[in-house]
Design a protein around this ligand. Structure first.
Ligand code: SF4
Length: 289
């Protein structure tokens, strides 16, 4: 039976005991949600319509439906907020999936003559979200960063009749993936999209560089709010830290100003700033064995 966590402040919004500590609510609605140690809770009830809107977005994005309201309010405004704009023509899909431990998925919106929309990893296959994506032009291609963040990829591929790209190192062939990537060299998908294999977190991990500006990093690289710099996750490196460090070093050859991860924080900066943070990240990784 789910229970309202004792760490929540009194009031309408609350987090229950099913929270898996994915961080989504804290990133989406930091004015209301906090980490109290191993789980999230509401530390302050929304104080105005803006904060309430963000709290409803967090409720909808939560992969485990762990956020509720005592008054059972309609969360429609949170549902309709997604996909929400992040940077350039890139949108965060919301509707994080528990099957991906709450990983974030993104939609790149492009005209058909440029190749059409790209879904980066997979959110929950949810009817209102699918309808909204249809209104935004559908999905022409799915980029799957690695095996952990692919959730409902098969449902999206079947619905939108789009091919998926994934690396053979993460058993892409056995998953029915249409475009299986091999090797460790970068591969250009089209004028705007460059796929870069980054083995380490998993054997077949890969990142996607969009317009030489936005880097979709899966679970390879993310922004750390605590350290205020780029970071990699040593404790969830499933394949090889040495390989991941080498893959990270390879990224120094590319210019990008935004990092959009599956897990960890988004960061929007400048190419010079990112390069500097990436150098520091590589140096730290080399110190960790
Ligand atoms: S989004 Fe849900 S599962 Fe994730 S930290 Fe918040 S309450 Fe927990």
């Amino acid at each position: 039976m789910t229970q309202r966590l004792a760490e929540n402040v009194d009031g309408d919004f609350y987090v229950d005991s099913t929270c898996i500590d994915c961080d989504a609510c804290r990133q989406i609605a930091p004015a209301s949600f906090r980490d109290h140690g191993g789980q999230s809770s509401v530390y302050r009830q929304p104080r105005n319509p803006g904060e309430q809107h963000r709290a409803f977005m967090a409720l909808v994005a939560c992969p485990t439906a762990s956020i509720g309201t005592v008054s059972h309010r309609n969360a429609r405004q949170g549902v309709e907020a997604f996909p929400v704009h992040v940077v350039d023509e890139v949108y965060y899909c919301g509707f994080n999936s528990e099957a991906s431990f709450g990983a974030w998925a993104y939609l790149i919106v492009r005209p058909r003559e440029r190749g059409g929309n790209v879904l980066v990893d997979s959110p929950r296959f949810n009817a209102p979200l699918v309808k909204r994506i249809e209104e935004m032009g559908g999905v022409n291609l799915m980029f799957l960063s690695h095996r952990d963040d692919i959730a409902d990829h098969a449902k999206f591929a079947a619905h939108f009749h789009c091919p998926r790209i994934m690396h053979e190192g993460d058993a892409a062939s056995s998953r029915g993936i249409e475009r299986v990537i091999t090797g460790t060299g970068p591969q250009r998908i089209d004028d705007e999209l460059l796929l870069i294999p980054t083995p380490g977190h998993t054997r077949g991990h890969q990142v996607l560089l969009y317009r030489d500006n936005v880097l979709f990093t899966g679970d390879h690289l993310a922004w750390s709010a605590e350290r205020e710099t780029l970071t990699a996750f040593r404790d969830v490196c499933w394949y090889s830290w040495k390989e991941q460090t080498h893959s990270m070093e390879k990224l120094l050859a590319y210019r990008f100003s935004s990092v959009l991860p599956g897990h960890g924080r988004i960061h929007l900066g400048t190419p010079d700033e990112m390069h500097d943070h990436l150098q520091r990240c590589v140096a730290r990784m080399k110190e960790q064995k």
